[in-house]
Ligand binder design. Structure first.
Ligand SMILES: [Zn+2]
Length: 402
């Protein structure tokens, strides 16, 4: 028995049990290969009987499952390995994109188990109509994965703008200001009593990308494009949210103080050079087409105005990113969302500006490359948020399963 266990009074047994549960579950979550009970005892400092009891609880609660064998060190004999369950709790992510709405469910292993997309015309759409449609997609997703023994435990909505306690403060691309998206979604979900979080899409997409690049990258700036040009900043493996969660509004970094008027009220913001509207000029994308796809089609056809607009957008993006990189000392830029589609057109321009403007680039070149997850990054990152919640309190889920 460890010292902590011996010291616990009966009144504190329950919280001690919860702490030990959290500790063991955290190690299974972090393990990159099946982990054995013996290894768990060794890394947590808990006794073997305690580990056995906790693992039993985790297996009964569908958080963990047994797999083939895990070898304990070179000399050890093979033992049964433990991995995360693919049939327990799951997270639901919703995203409002330039071309429509997306719903995504991931399981504990981070695997996407459901992905649905619905084209949606945002022009003149009331927030209630958008959220009603999303709520219907959410209900369908919850039902679809229930057939695979997955239980959705949390809903996270990605929105193109800064959010304050569920309220979208500003999403100029949607024409939204102070829209209580959280409450609208809650009333649309009706009978489904699930915790709802609303967050900025660039933050959530960066979170998804961090998960997808597991172990490989822990410092990067993720740039999202589309309805909202935003940046999700990952420093030392953690998302930098700012003091109020509003960091990363890259679209409103000033590129030219005397430039064009931005819907935010300022002038010369990156958004005025690199938004889909700026790239498409006077002829919008056909309904249901991602604006960036329309842009690349025109560029492939050699349309001179589109090529000039792309050059200007790439340069403006490089200037804005240089300001960020000079301050934060980050060596990798991931072009995501709509910019992932445009990356082959804009990367050279972005790199040129960074090479010219970032002081450290002379001896430590900054890597600029497309993000891994493509247009679904925000929906996937939103869905993955449930894992952080569960990591902190697996006991709450286990209690709900009794
Ligand atoms: Zn602006």
């Amino acid at each position: 028995m460890t010292g902590t266990e011996r010291a616990a009074s009966p009144a504190r047994q329950e919280s001690l049990r919860e702490l030990n549960l959290e500790l063991v579950f955290r190690h299974v979550l972090a393990a990159e290969r099946p982990i054995s009970r013996t290894e768990l005892a060794s890394v947590t400092g808990l006794t073997r009987p305690t580990i056995t009891r906790i693992v039993e609880e985790l297996i009964a609660g569908r958080l963990v499952t047994e797999t083939g064998s895990a070898r304990d060190g070179r000399a050890g004999r093979p033992r049964v390995g433990l991995i995360l369950s693919r049939s327990g709790p799951a997270g639901l992510g919703l995203d409002i994109r330039a071309d429509g709405l997306a719903a995504c469910v991931v399981d504990l292993t981070g695997t996407v188990r459901h992905l649905a997309f619905a084209p949606f015309a945002f022009a003149d759409a009331e927030p209630a109509a958008v959220m009603g449609r999303l709520a219907a997609m959410a209900s369908a997703a919850v039902e679809a994965v229930a057939a695979e023994r997955l239980t959705v435990v949390a809903v996270t909505l990605a929105v193109p703008g800064p959010v304050d306690k569920g309220v979208v403060r500003s999403a100029p691309a949607l024409g939204w200001a102070d829209v209580d998206a959280g409450s609208l979604l809650r009333s649309g979900l009706g009978h489904l009593d699930l915790p709802i979080t609303v967050d900025n899409e660039a933050n959530l997409a960066a979170h998804g990308e961090l998960h997808a690049t597991r172990g490989e990258l822990d410092n990067f700036v993720y740039v999202s494009g589309g309805l909202h040009i935003g940046a999700g900043i990952i420093l030392d493996g953690r998302l930098v949210r700012g003091s109020r969660g509003w960091s990363g509004e890259l679209g409103h970094v000033t590129v030219d103080p005397e430039g064009r008027r931005c819907p935010c009220g300022s002038r010369g913001c990156l958004q005025t050079y690199a938004s889909p509207q700026a790239l498409l000029g006077d002829s919008p994308a056909p309904a249901g087409t991602m604006p960036e796809l329309a842009v690349t089609t025109r560029a492939d056809e050699g349309d001179a105005a589109t090529l000039a607009a792309i050059d200007e957008a790439g340069t403006a993006l490089g200037v804005a990113l240089s300001n960020v990189l000079n301050i934060l000392d980050i060596g990798t830029v991931l072009l995501g969302g709509g910019f992932a589609l445009l990356s082959s057109w804009v990367t050279d321009r972005v790199e040129d500006e960074i090479a010219r403007r970032v002081l450290s680039a002379a001896w430590a070149p900054v890597a600029v490359r497309p993000a891994i997850l493509g247009p679904d990054a925000a929906a996937i990152g939103a869905a993955l948020s449930f894992i952080d919640r569960l990591r902190l309190d697996p006991a709450a889920w286990l209690a709900s399963q009794r």
